[in-house]
Design a protein around this ligand. Sequence first.
Ligand SMILES: [Zn+2]
Length: 50
Amino acid sequence: MKKVACTHCGYEMPVVILPRAECRGLTVRCKNQKCKKVFEIKVEQGKQSR
Ligand SMILES: [Zn+2]
């Protein structure tokens, strides 16, 4: 299963993308202690786009 990755550092978040997922406009803070940046989760047809 694919996971959401931080668009700044690539850290894999504990968020799973299902095959037909669609998402935009959701922001989350990276859980990488060295990054901690806020990024938008964009998913089109189950694939994360940046
Ligand atoms: Zn990050």
